[in-house]
Design a protein around this ligand. Structure first.
Ligand SMILES: Cc1ncc(COP(=O)(O)O)c(C=O)c1O
Length: 452
């Protein structure tokens, strides 16, 4: 931590009274457990988080798959500060500001083919619901309003909006919330340990699972299906890289029946898999891409949808004083988020972070695979700068071992990891050095042994 860093123990001891822990109901968190022994973060710099006591925690997850450029990067910080002083907020309904237009152009330029138009939201969840609404409205406008069915995938995560949880395939995110969107179906997930265990990169087995879309088409008829949405690499249910050829096959079937294909790239976008988008890595062009998180390295909430020219053009009809799409958010294209985005994309480009990630994918995979053979390790998957380690459950509680690993990782080993079920997920900032990869892997080994 640099001497000037504001996250000093003194400042923080003064700012947090014991009762302050009560009021905040944390999202996707075991609140009672957390409040007994909080994993508290007060600052961040480069590859590290800093606790109120001044302890440096290696960031093994880029925050939450967000901070691909690392933390506290000066050009991004300065861009946000300057923007706040220059233009704090401007409405995006019927008005605009230059930086949101510039950022949209930069994002469109990074996206493959004619994915040319960007609609801004403020999160991945909003991005997903926006894409689903664009798909439904598109078919209405094209005179095929009967195409209302949306197809997601088991074990998919598409955020927490009602659209996202409907197409998503995570039971706990669905079962508590009553009726979801009607007319949704799901493809099977693509993970099979028997055929795929300890695969580096895309597994050889599983492309045929895309053919299940044919079954769904036979069941419902293509004329009722608006869109298919998948994460190119399912992240939140434990990192499931797409089997070789799977995404191409999905595209082919969508093309055969005129179904829109949406890639949810909220975590795979902006370098995580060594490319601006997974669509580029796999040479598959979807009709829409959703993004968020790393678009501005997680600094200011922002998400969005990139749509193909033909989709945008379909809406641009009728009297030109009439709104073409009745959808949007107060903070769409927020000036601070846009300024941060421009500075972040400059940084990704100037530091070649996507290319560097691509170049070191093998080293990363080998380093992580060295954990094979440690106690309770059932499978390891790697892709880009992503890794997942499945642990065997403790008999009296699914998820307990991974939870202990995450907790001990933070308190005892100074490493932040993410967990889902019994899976440890690791997705560090793209600025990680080779030495830091070694450090991260040795910390992981110690953590896995400590929960044996
Ligand atoms: C693929 C995917 N889609 C959507 C989301 C939701 O993003 P947010 O939490 O910003 O709403 C996430 C979050 O992790 C995600 O991984």
């Amino acid at each position: 931590m640099s001497p000037a860093h504001p996250a000093t123990a003194d400042n923080l001891a003064r700012s947090l009274a014991p009762n302050d822990l009560d009021a905040w109901w944390l999202p996707f968190t075991a609140n009672r457990n957390f409040k007994k022994n909080p994993r508290m973060i007060a600052g961040a710099e480069g590859m590290h988080y800093i606790t109120p006591e001044g302890k440096k925690i290696l960031d093994g997850v880029a925050g939450l798959w967000c901070c691909n450029a690392g933390h506290g990067r000066k050009p991004i910080v300065e861009a946000i500060q300057k923007q706040a002083a220059e233009l704090d907020y401007s409405p995006a309904f019927q008005f605009g500001h230059p930086k949101a237009f510039q950022l949209a152009s930069r994002i469109a330029a990074l996206a493959p083919g004619d994915l040319d138009h960007v609609f801004f939201a403020n999160s991945g969840s909003e991005a997903v619901d926006t894409a689903l609404k664009i798909a439904l409205a598109y078919w209405n406008i094209k005179g095929e309003g009967q195409r209302t069915r949306l197809i997601g995938r088991e074990r998919g995560y598409h955020g927490v909006g009602f659209g996202g949880i409907s197409v998503g395939g995570i039971v706990n995110n669905r079962k508590f919330f009553g009726s979801l969107l009607a007319g949704v179906d799901h493809l099977p997930h693509t993970y099979n340990r028997e055929h795929q265990a300890f695969s580096k990169g895309e597994p050889e087995w599983g492309a045929h699972l895309a053919d299940d879309l044919e079954r769904i088409v036979t069941l419902h008829d293509a004329s009722t299906i608006a869109a298919v949405i998948v994460e190119p690499m399912a992240g939140s249910t434990g990192v499931l890289p797409p089997p070789k050829g799977y995404l191409k096959r999905l595209r082919e079937i969508c093309d055969k029946y005129g179904i829109l294909l949406i890639f949810d790239e909220v975590i795979s976008g902006f370098g995580r898999l060594g490319y601006a988008f997974a669509a580029e890595r796999y040479g598959v062009q979807p009709d829409m891409i959703t993004f968020a998180k790393a678009v501005n390295s997680g600094t200011v909430p922002m998400g969005g949808v990139i749509a193909r020219k033909g989709i945008y053009d379909a809406f641009m009809k009728g009297p030109d004083h009439v709104i073409e799409l009745f959808h949007g958010y107060t903070y769409s294209g927020h000036p601070l988020a846009a300024a941060a985005g421009l500075a972040t994309l400059d940084l990704y480009r100037d530091e070649n972070l996507f290319e560097k990630t691509r170049a070191r994918e093998d080293k990363w995979a080998d380093a992580i695979m060295s954990l094979k053979g440690l106690p309770n390790v059932l499978d390891i998957r790697t892709l880009g700068l992503v890794a997942a380690i499945d642990l065997a459950s403790i008999p009296d509680g699914f998820g307990k071992r991974a939870f202990a690993a995450m907790d001990k990782g933070f308190h005892d080993h100074n490493l932040m990891i993410r967990i889902t079920g019994e899976t440890l997920a690791v997705t560090p900032p793209l600025i990680i050095t080779d030495n830091e990869i070694d450090e991260l892997v040795s910390k992981l080994a110690a953590i896995i042994k400590s929960v044996a």
